[in-house]
Design a protein around this ligand. Structure first.
Ligand SMILES: [Zn+2]
Length: 306
């Protein structure tokens, strides 16, 4: 079966955890889904209007996490780390059943999701995958922050830069080719915040479930977590993870080059809205193996059997 055909997971997988911002306990169960269904969220704590189809235009809040709201006002939040895992692993179709409004934060990264999905394995359908190909360069700017989307041959590159005055973060920059590179450092990188922002976030009703078990906390030049850093670029690598999850809300995986400086959920979402609001900027194509360079197929075959 072709690696370019749509994938789902082999069997259901459950995660027990806590929402980072709500602090609520949640059970999340991932179920296999048929071809062409996409990723669907279901709030099983609600009886009606409980399905939410990810879309860049139903992002209702993108400060501190990405929240989706359907036309009935039903929401799911902090979808980005799961979406990044699904995008990186090439999961096209999945039902995400939730017992509460926010996904479990786990260890603050995508590690648990990626490990569990790899363990359970994939089901490959006979339907070809579709991708969004960027045809025109689009840049969104907000002061010093920006994101740009430009055409690229067959890969998805994310080039990200952050600038902080704290010595333990400072300026970090990294670039990943999502379909070719090993993404372990990206998946394993945890969310982070500054110690001085913790109180502010809690007062805003956010980070109620936050702790040193699910976020890196930076105080001055010090990292308060016992674990310290998992990789030397963990801060910017987490921003690449967030960006990957946020762009998968476009509905399909993407082919293009994405460059961002000091961006985040909101900048990525605004840029995606600009990109996808005009169909001259992109095309949706079905991938047929005969159109794809040999090297891409070899690498992806190796990746999917690893
Ligand atoms: Zn994040």
């Amino acid at each position: 079966m072709s690696v370019l055909n749509q994938k789902t997971i082999k069997k259901k997988i459950s995660f027990n955890g806590t929402g980072l911002h709500s602090g609520k306990k949640v059970i999340m169960t991932l179920f296999p889904a048929p071809p062409n269904s996409g990723i669907i969220f279901k709030r099983s704590d609600l009886q009606i209007n409980n399905l939410i189809h990810p879309n860049v235009f139903n992002v209702s809040s993108a400060s501190y996490c990405t929240k989706l709201t359907n036309e009935y006002g039903v929401s799911v939040s902090t979808v980005e780390h799961l979406m990044a895992a699904l995008c990186g692993l090439g999961i096209d179709n999945l039902l995400v059943d939730l017992s509460s409004e926010e996904l479990p934060i786990m260890d603050g990264s995508s590690k648990n999701f990626v490990d569990a999905i790899k363990d359970i394995g994939f089901n490959i359908s006979d339907q070809p995958i579709r991708i969004i190909k960027i045809d025109k360069k689009i840049t969104y700017k907000d002061g010093e922050k920006f994101i740009s989307f430009e055409p690229n041959k067959i890969s998805l590159e994310i080039d990200f830069e952050i600038k902080y005055k704290q010595n333990s973060i400072l300026n970090q920059k990294n670039k990943k080719n999502i379909y070719m590179d090993n993404l372990t450092d990206i998946y394993n990188s945890r969310t982070f915040c500054l110690f001085e922002d913790v109180e502010k976030l809690k007062k805003m009703g956010l980070a109620q479930g936050g702790s040193l078990d699910n976020a890196i906390v930076v105080k001055g030049n010090e990292i308060l977590n016992e674990e310290k850093l998992r990789n030397s670029n963990e801060f910017v690598n987490h921003k690449i993870l967030d960006c990957l999850g946020d762009i998968y809300l476009a509905g399909y995986r993407m082919v293009g080059k994405i460059t961002s400086s000091q961006g985040g959920h909101n900048v990525t979402n605004q840029g995606l809205r600009d990109l996808l609001s005009n169909n001259e900027n992109y095309s949706i194509i079905e991938l047929k193996e005969k159109n794809i360079p040999h090297s891409f197929l070899i690498k992806n075959t190796l990746k999917s059997s690893a």
